[in-house]
Design a protein around this ligand. Sequence first.
Ligand code: APR
Length: 250
Amino acid sequence: METRIQQAAEILSRSRLTVALTGAGISVESGIPPFRGPGSFWEEIDPMEFAHVDAFMKDPARVWEVLVSGLKRKLDTAKPNKGHLALAELENRGCLSAVITQNVDSLHQKAGSRDVIEFHGTFATLSCLDCGHQAASADIPLTFLPPHCQCGGVYRPDCVFYGESIPLEALTRSREFASQCDAMLVVGTSAVVHPAAMMPVLAKQNGATIIEVNPTPTPLTATTSDIFLQGGAGSVLSRLTEAVAIPTGP
Ligand code: APR
């Protein structure tokens, strides 16, 4: 493992443009369950019944009660972990240009990452279905579900539900980064949800080196990843960041 960490660090030190793609796995050590696997959200809740836009539009109260309020309570108390902090540190050093995240938990921003592309939207804000008013989730009490806007309309979380498109700016910027980067760090994603799972493939097709961090192999491991760092994001990314040479500048 140490050799692979050194190899990955060498690649990141030499890379002109590196981006990271993250999934639920990077937030597991912050106490947020993943979506798939043992003890995950979708083990308890059927995503097509509670995370599809049609389900929300049909019965927002039910979706708020079962999915959104439970997830939101976990997100409200979660803190960034060593994995998030390591990526923010790499960005600070000029070794990482952006984080493309599938997570809606804002933990990358809370860790200090500046350029975070929220590929699946966010829970940090809610929007009124009627007047479009956007509010910070933290300002909207969840005493009555669904929460209502002053206009009387229902608030929805600004996350991307199944059946909805990826926000255009997020998709465009992610594709640009994927097609121009020299290296992509893929951290804590099962790589089964598209189009996010296509980004490492697109990067690979454009000659990038793919460095995957996950305790368990994924569909990318045998097909796309050049270096597989098997382990939890917190410990692996901290060791990797330690090993990456601090740029000495011109
Ligand atoms: N560190 C790194 N990776 C981890 C850790 C950890 N400590 N713990 C678990 N993992 C890995 C798992 O092995 C798994 O491969 O994180 C991955 C989590 O996979 P998913 O739960 O499927 O999450 P993700 O890939 O982000 O899901 C994609 O699916 O349901 C939708 O919108 C939701 O954004 C989400 C999308």
